[in-house]
Design a binder for this molecule. Structure first.
Ligand code: SF4
Ligand code: SF4
Length: 335
């Protein structure tokens, strides 16, 4: 019994799945609260009023990039959706310090995607993999999408255009529009989402691996991270368990340190290694491993510090008033 408890305590994948589930349910709760907030205004004040949860702004990554550039060029933190910028900066800091840990520990879409391929693998008893050439071709799609958004925002919007965009009614209710996209999708959006769900069922992390421009951006930042999966080449028996466990298809067993932009710090490879102290998360240019509990703790700590600093410095709640929402929400379908 004691041995099983110790094994449970050291099961990194189990701990990661629990943290992922916590964030997924938290996001669903935020979405539910936000839909009640909107329902109050749709019913013209007849339904109960609930406070708007600022965390929904995590789903405005493109606007957050505009906001970031506006902050850099104009020195102003957008007061309409300040939490969007706080969360973007938090996720970038996570990537800089703890690789793309946002993707494998926090992102609800990543969690949903993982749930889908695990179910697919369980039901079909097979692991479908695109041909290598197709895999490389598809992987470039997320970088092309990232390039498209960066070109549009970073190179295509001068300082004045940023200010103008952030003061439009469209930006003011972009969070409402985002929820509307999920709750009342158009036929085309529903078909696209359905295709992605089916592909994610058969192919491991289809969305994250091939299409997510946010993950691609975090990948570039993660390149500078001091944390690296490290292998002790002397103790390694070349069993290949780590290669099979890696959702990013990295050949871990052939590297001394993993510095790929695809590594999400999920620690599945570490969990799968049967040898003691052969594979672990380490620091760049060091052969020593961190204690197993340290990496998850760092991920949660950076997230908590990022959000708390936004809250305590007054960059969390929107400047929009009750009256603003009374006027804006009826315009939803016209903006
Ligand atoms: S190398 Fe290890 S930590 Fe990185 S993505 Fe693959 S399994 Fe996860
Ligand atoms: S799982 Fe461990 S022992 Fe097996 S190949 Fe990977 S690092 Fe080597």
């Amino acid at each position: 019994m004691a041995k099983q408890l110790i094994q449970l305590r050291h099961n990194l994948v189990l701990w990661r799945n629990l943290i992922q589930a916590g964030f997924l349910f938290w996001c669903l709760y935020l979405g539910f609260q936000f839909s009640r907030f909107i329902a109050h205004f749709v019913s013209q004040g007849e339904g109960p009023f609930v406070a708007r949860p600022p965390g929904v702004e995590a789903f405005l990554p493109i606007g957050a990039l505009v906001s970031l550039k506006n902050w850099i060029l104009n020195g102003i933190i957008d007061p309409v959706h300040p939490a969007a910028l706080v969360l973007l900066l938090t996720f970038l800091a996570m990537a800089l310090l703890t690789r793309k840990s946002f993707c494998s520990w926090i992102c609800p879409i990543g969690t949903f995607s993982e749930l889908l391929w695990r179910s697919g693998e369980h039901l079909t008893r097979r692991r479908f993999k695109p041909w290598r050439w197709l895999d490389i071709l598809l992987r470039s799609a997320k970088y092309l999408l990232l390039f498209f958004f960066l070109k549009l925002i970073l190179f295509g919007m001068p300082a004045q255009a940023l200010k103008s965009f952030l003061s439009t009614p469209y930006w003011a209710i972009s969070d409402v529009k985002m929820l509307h996209f999920f709750t009342s999708p158009s036929t085309l959006s529903a078909v696209i989402v359905l295709i992605l769900v089916v592909l994610s069922f058969f192919i491991r992390q289809f969305w994250c691996r091939y299409l997510c421009p946010y993950g691609a951006m975090l990948g570039f930042f993660s390149f500078l991270s001091p944390c690296r999966i490290t292998r002790d080449v002397n103790g390694c028996t070349a069993c290949g368990n780590c290669d099979r466990a890696c959702p990013a298809s990295i050949a871990v067993s052939r590297k001394q340190q993993v510095c790929s932009m695809e590594c999400t710090g999920c620690l599945s490879c570490v969990q799968s290694c049967p040898e003691h102290q052969v594979l672990g998360m380490g620091l760049i240019s060091s052969r020593r491993f961190m204690p197993r509990w340290l990496f998850p703790l760092l991920v949660l700590l950076i997230f908590t510090l990022g959000v708390a600093s936004g809250m305590f410095n007054g960059y969390w709640h929107s400047s929009l008033s009750y009256r603003d929402y009374t006027q804006l929400i009826p315009l939803l379908n016209r903006l």
